[in-house]
Design a protein around this ligand. Sequence first.
Ligand code: MN
Length: 248
Amino acid sequence: MRRLLLSNDDGVYAPGLRALHDALLSHANMRVVAPDRDRSGASNSLTLSRPLSLTALDNGFYSVDGTPADCVYLGVHGVWDEKPDLVISGINHGSNLGDDVLYSGTVAAAMEGRNLGMTAIAMSLCGERHFATAGRVAATLIGAADQLSLPPRTLLNVNVPDVPWEEIKGVKVTRLGYRGPAEKPLPVKDPRGRTRYWIAPVAANADDGEDTDFAAVEAGFVSITPLQTDLTRHPALNDVQDWLDVFA
Ligand code: MN
């Protein structure tokens, strides 16, 4: 049986994590290691300034006072002898589309698994109601994981429309779209009259073309985007090389 490591960024008590666990019960041996609170937006950050606590909870899950990447790192190299085969992160409460993947703790947990040599999948529900639908998608993917052959250093980013299973139109392989530039922060007064700022809601889509993750979920399809972590802008290499003539 496969050995799965489950994590998330919404925290160890999040309903999406429980839904993922319950959906995969018959498919794998599972170890669940997740942040002790909501760490959405934590990206790939690791806690380097203090030691981490790994706490066993009554339900068998483990809680860590750190980030999603910390959790996956500890879930692999912590107190266990056997390494997991696969890491699956989620089910996130809300979509992770386009450039969201750069900020997402859900994607980061999967990325940390990939960095540690495991097959890695990030699961997000584009809403907060039908976690069972995303759980069923996860179970199908995990059940077929043996047949998946990917280039090295690849992870899968999966977004599921927030509808009952019967209303899912199908599954599409997609590329990431793009959001527009961020909106202005929202100022609020704290109880002492000082101005604080909320990071604004996400911007409107700048690229949600037909082959994107945005378009797929909008049309009712599950979106699966293979991701790499090489951010090198290859077409720009020559531009920068030419510019370096300033040193000549
Ligand atoms: Mn989250």
